[in-house]
Design a protein around this ligand. Structure first.
Ligand code: AQP
Length: 332
């Protein structure tokens, strides 16, 4: 079966709707017909200042959320990045193939280092996309389900794979991004010209999956809408209402046209009230299930240990090929 691989950072107390609709939902769907590897990117999480205690607990919360949304540990290999050392080992080799200017062009680094200036950013934040390339290439996946913001990193990954294959010997598969157009970029509810983001959105702009449902409903009801009163999908002219229609359609499986037809002639307030109910119906059972899973931390740690073992078996095989090809002498 073709493979898929993707990762998510445990950098917040909850995943948000951007993470879920942009990427995680595809993880659940793809596990049906692919061989899936999904990981919690704790090494990426330390590229910015962090609290070790929080990181530890957030890894388990991330694992619980993945299972609660339907990532099935019997079908999918779910693991923690730092438990598979081959990720950082391959990253070093790839760093030695990456141009400094090439790394510098990564827009996520530019965005994330914008506040304190480049001098204040860590070298880890700078080389983050190269570690991400290693995360991916180790598993030789066919597809990487992500949101639109990750497209540039995927291109770097393909360039590095191609460079390695050309310089040494064909070792890596060139993975394709798997980006669903409709939900590739979920927007901030308060500023629908920017993406919903845990570090950049205001609290009112982001719906967290684990927030109390009433709080999420309130955020939907207070989402910024556009001038005029017509409910129609027009991302350029009506980014606010279009974003709500995207979320609504994704959660209900109904087409945007169908929703637009239903709400013709009705007001924004009415529409947002209905969407708030849809959101509550979605997050309530999800949240209950996550909290229930978190009651048994040993079981969650067991899922991750099992995943790390399966992931290591694949990753170490690729790393051994790489080490051989670059000329490292094996330990006898
Ligand atoms: N707004 C979004 N719309 C669609 N997809 C999104 N993703 C994130 N935001 C949106 C996708 O979620 C996956 C996991 O993301 P990550 O853990 O790597 O974190 P991120 O991309 O850095 O998420 P944030 O919230 O945007 O964090 P900050 O604010 O720190 O940058 C990825 O597949 C991503 O594309």
């Amino acid at each position: 079966r073709p493979r898929v691989l993707s990762g998510i950072q445990p950098t917040a107390d909850s995943f948000h709707f951007g993470n879920y609709l942009g990427a995680l939902r595809q993880w659940v769907d793809l596990q049906e017909s692919y061989e899936p590897y999904f990981f919690i990117a704790d090494q990426h999480a330390i590229t910015v200042e962090h609290d070790p205690k929080l990181l530890r607990s957030r890894v388990l919360v991330a694992a619980a959320q993945l299972v609660a949304m339907g990532v099935d540990p019997r079908r999918s290999t779910i693991f923690v990045q730092s438990q598979v050392p081959a990720h950082s080992q391959l990253a070093w080799v790839l760093q030695c193939l990456t141009g400094f200017g090439e790394a510098r062009r990564m827009t996520q680094f530019k965005d994330k280092s914008a506040n304190g200036g480049e001098g204040a950013a860590s070298v880890g934040l700078f080389t983050y996309p190269v570690l991400q390339a290693a995360d991916i290439l180790l598993y030789r996946p066919h597809f990487v389900p992500v949101g639109e913001d990750q497209r540039q990193h995927l291109e770097l990954t393909r360039d590095l794979a191609q460079r390695f294959n050309h310089r040494y010997k064909k070792t890596f598969r060139l993975p394709d991004p798997y980006i669903l157009k409709a939900t590739a970029k979920i927007l901030d509810l308060q500023d629908p010209t920017s993406k919903m983001s845990k570090s950049a959105s205001s609290p009112g702009g982001i719906i967290e999956l684990l927030d109390p449902p009433a709080k999420s409903a309130k955020k939907v009801r207070s989402a910024v809408t556009d001038s005029g009163s017509e409910i129609r999908h027009d991302p350029e002219g009506k980014p606010g209402i279009s974003n709500l229609l995207t979320i609504h359609s994704a959660l209900t499986g109904r087409s945007v046209e169908d929703l637009v037809a239903e709400y013709a002639g009705r007001g924004y307030g009415d529409y947002k009230g209905d969407l708030a109910e849809v959101v509550v119906d979605f997050v309530t059972p999800f949240r209950d299930r996550t909290l229930e899973l978190l009651e048994d931390e040993t079981a969650l740690a067991g899922i991750l240990a099992d995943g790390a073992e399966r992931a290591s078996a694949v990753a170490e095989r690729t790393l051994a090929d790489v080490y051989d090809r670059v000329g490292f002498v094996p330990r006898v």
